[in-house]
Design a protein around this ligand. Structure first.
Ligand code: ZN
Length: 317
């Protein structure tokens, strides 16, 4: 079994889908690579953003639940998503975000790297961290951000935990992560690869209140595994270690198993294959509503119930 290669995707709850699209695509320059629905709640979109082709480690996904109340961030949750940006692009991003009305916090230094903190329109915490980018990212040439400044996929995530020990052991003993640093209450764990989305930071917050799930909350984080047989090996191993792991779910663009980490954060292990361009050409990714075969018979009702979505960036192949 290979150790986990890093993050595959991160899934969160948004409010208005149009506002979510405008922010992630037009402001952050992340391409909408798939427009589909929540398979368990087909009246709600499931929007996937990533690099040009939806490379694992760049994929941020949202369920826009327009009528859900705002979440309150707290323990037992993923508290922030960090993207890598190229060295020297900090000023570009400070200006770009300010131009779009986004308040950027004071730059901080964490493990020797510059961190720019801000929030998306639903209050989800985002960070841009200056670091060397992996070679596997495919820049979206049709997007609004030039290649020299574009986001380079996930840097990592931060989890807020009352107790870190259980999650730390899960990362190191089951998923192949190594503990690589400590700064105050923050400990950093790194996946055993040179690719994208390598870091999970655990922030120890003893006695702090638990989060309340809602709009702006991160629902789960997914780790990468190469194929189905390795995913089954992880399922077996995690069950043997006492974790309550779900059966494999077919998510069309990857296959998934889920389990709750000690301390409350929902983890997923997802396969790299089949990826986002098996059911539409790369030039057309995200343009039309895709449904899994079992929902196709209900396409007319589903389309009628979904709010319209307009994209305002240029889309060139
Ligand atoms: Zn997922």
């Amino acid at each position: 079994m290979q150790p986990i290669q890093g993050l595959h995707h991160i899934t969160a709850v948004a409010g208005d889908p149009q506002r979510n699209l405008a922010f992630y695509e037009t402001v952050l320059g992340q391409r909408l690579v798939k427009t589909t629905v929540n398979f368990d709640d087909p009246g709600t979109y499931h929007l996937y953003y990533g690099d040009e082709i939806g490379t694992p480690g760049t994929i941020m996904t949202f369920f826009p639940w327009r009528h859900m109340r705002r979440g309150v961030l707290g323990n037992g949750e993923t508290s922030a998503v960090a993207y890598t940006i190229p060295a020297g692009s900090e000023t570009y991003w400070q200006q770009r975000l300010a131009t779009h009305g986004v308040t950027v916090g004071e730059p901080a230094t964490r493990f020797g790297q510059t961190v720019l903190p801000f929030q998306d329109p639903d209050g989800m915490r985002l960070e841009l961290i200056t670091a060397a980018g992996p070679a596997t990212i495919r820049h979206w040439a049709g997007g609004p951000v030039p290649a020299g400044q574009a986001l380079l996929g996930f840097h990592g995530v931060t989890l807020w935990l009352a107790e870190v020990e259980g999650t730390a052991r899960l990362l190191t003993d089951q998923l192949g992560y190594q503990r690589v640093g400590q700064e105050g209450a923050r400990s950093r764990y790194q996946a055993a690869s040179n690719d994208v989305g390598l870091y999970v930071d655990l922030l120890h917050r003893p006695g702090a209140p638990a989060g309340r799930f809602g709009v702006g909350s991160i629902h789960h984080i997914a780790f990468r595994t190469v194929d189905d047989s390795e995913q089954l090996a992880y399922q077996r191993q995690l069950r043997q270690a006492g974790h309550n792991v779900t059966p494999v779910q077919d998510r069309q663009y990857f296959h998934s198993i889920y389990f709750r980490a000690p301390g409350g954060v929902l983890f997923e292990v997802a396969t790299d294959a089949p990826g986002f361009y098996y059911d539409e050409p790369i030039a057309d990714l995200g343009r039309s509503l895709k449904l899994p075969p079992w929902l196709e018979p209900q396409r007319a009702e589903i389309e009628a119930a979904l709010p319209p979505l307009a994209r305002d960036v240029m889309h060139t192949p």
